[in-house]
Design a protein around this ligand. Sequence first.
Ligand code: ASP
Length: 281
Amino acid sequence: MRIVVHGGAGRIREARHAACRAGCERAARAGWRVLTAGGSALDAAEAAVRLLEDDPEFNAGTGAVLRADGRVQLDAAIMDGGDLRFGGVAAVEGIRNPVSLARRVLEDGRHALLAGPDATSFAEAAGIPRCDPAALVVDRERTRWNDRYGTVGCVALDRDGRLAAATSTGGQFGALAGRVGDSSLPGCGTYADAHAGVSCTGPGEAIMRTVLARDVAARIAGGDMAGGAARAALTLLRERTGQDAGLIAIGRDGGIASAFTTPHMPMARIGADGHLVVGLD
Ligand code: ASP
């Protein structure tokens, strides 16, 4: 069993470092509890990302950035590497935990991705309560710190050897309403298969154009170690697009990677021995 979470690639003010580390640690421990109780990688990834969505430090769920028109719109996805089931939601409003809505899309199985107000209607039908969109806006975002990214993600490997990945974000500050980033798109910000699970963070447009998560998974399937695959994919992203990003990955052999070319990316991971490692730079 393994778990790794991230709290978004970017430049983070020093005053926020401790809170970001603590939030990642809490999420990794929550996912780990699910795994050690015999839960699936999918359950663990969902549980970890839900905690990060509820933590106002991060740009996901409560605390998400505002769009150009002042609204909060959320993207999230979750993928089961065992059977390639995928669920994603894009540009949804008034949903406190979009990763759980993405999970419902996955379990429903008819579609891989639902977007906009109709995705919110699906939430109602699936029994996921709507919240007041204003409830997700925190004071910090009203006054906006320029140094934030803060997308969240998790990759988990369960005791049956199944991998899962999940990612959740408010997207980019000031983006046009209706903009969809990489996080909710299979192979871009989120991917899991029999060989690897990957969750990415950074400029979504660049990540989409290089299909970053799938690139990492394909490198691992081809024999690369998780760390080497992550670094090579981020180098290619920079060469091709001039952009910096970050990602977490777990390979089927249990190798865990957290790599970024930005100044910071809060992360926490727990390895086979139960040992926790928390990092930020
Ligand atoms: N990748 C996210 C997006 O473009 C943002 C981020 O990870 O910071 O929506």
